[in-house]
Ligand binder design. Structure first.
Ligand SMILES: [Zn+2]
Length: 312
């Protein structure tokens, strides 16, 4: 199963040593943005007929992630699309064995509308921005991908902020430790890996903004981590990564929060957090409370970066 990707990766490794890195000639289509190149292989004849809408989807997803991070988070990535029955996107996987690769399964009947609502490719592209921190810290990689996907799409205008908060409110309880479970450096359930990691990100975002008068947030830390580490193509120690983020915000939030949860299960009072942020029970049908103590922080999180500055 891995032979084919390894062949592509080997070809790309050779190309990367050339003066001008690019896609192999067998590529179906190639996208560039900034200094980045995305080599797209469509490994299904029926799916290949939809190349124009697939290209639009990949281009939009890449721009969403680039807008969040200030640039697309990898100089060169292979995207392999495999077909399946039906419509929509199901399943994605990002690997860094020897070259960065995103593998996606896409329905052969998929429409442009379904692709416009897709979250999976944005999630996978967010993985490119964090260095490899090891399997025992998957909660950080998956938590960031879950948390940033919604916010990056909301900032770009691709998803309603109310929908993002509704999902966070509904799903973050899945990230709380249950009786008998340990800290995040122990083996974790699916819920604690994905939504426990996302809860860490939200708690860090709030704390950074509280300590900086809402001047900067987690986004500033993540941009610095990408810039200083180079992202998923490189290995880094988790403590080093979190300290890079903290230096960028002038706080100790990311490292200290990790120290609190790494060996000890931490419960969180989610209800009081939602109340402080002004997030109602059902954000899709109920109004946000703009007089809540952390309402400005809530608004800044999903605002485009240049609009997230505190008002004087
Ligand atoms: Zn993921």
């Amino acid at each position: 199963m891995r032979a084919y990707p390894l062949v592509i990766a080997a070809v790309l490794a050779l190309l990367c040593t050339a003066a001008h890195a690019g896609c192999p000639s067998s590529v179906n289509t190639e996208l560039t943005l900034g200094g980045s190149t995305l080599c797209v292989f469509i490994e299904d004849d029926a799916l290949a007929k939809r190349q124009p809408i697939l290209r639009t989807w990949i281009d939009r997803s890449a721009h969403i992630v680039a807008a969040y991070y200030g640039k697309f988070p990898a100089p060169l990535v292979v995207i392999r699309l495999r077909g399946r029955e039906g419509s929509g996107v199901s399943g994605g996987r990002t690997t860094n064995y020897s070259g960065l690769m995103i593998q996606m399964r896409v329905g052969r009947e998929t429409t442009a509308e379904a692709l416009a609502a897709d979250w999976v490719l944005v999630h996978e592209m967010v993985h490119l921005a964090l260095p490899e921190v090891g399997d025992s810290h998957l909660w950080l990689a998956e938590g960031l991908a879950v948390y940033v996907e919604g916010i990056a799409r909301a900032q770009f205008g691709n998803r309603d902020a109310a929908d993002v908060w509704a999902e966070d409110r509904r799903s973050m309880p899945l990230g709380l430790p249950r009786a008998g479970e340990g800290g995040v450096d122990q083996p974790l359930s699916w819920g604690r890996t994905y939504w426990g990691g996302a809860l860490y990100c939200l708690q860090a975002d709030i704390a950074i903004r509280e300590q900086t008068a809402n001047r900067v947030g987690l986004q500033t830390a993540l941009r610095a981590i990408l810039k200083e580490t180079g992202g998923y193509g490189f290995d880094r120690d988790i403590a080093e990564v979190l300290r890079i983020g903290d230096r960028a915000t002038g706080t100790h939030v990311m490292y200290d929060l990790y120290q609190r949860i790494r060996a000890t299960p931490q419960t969180a009072d989610l209800d009081s957090m939602w109340t402080s942020l002004g997030v109602p029970n059902d954000p899709k049908t109920q109004a946000f409370d703009d007089r809540a103590p952390l309402a400005a922080i809530r608004a800044a999180i999903t605002a485009p970066p240049n609009e997230g500055l505190p008002r004087s």
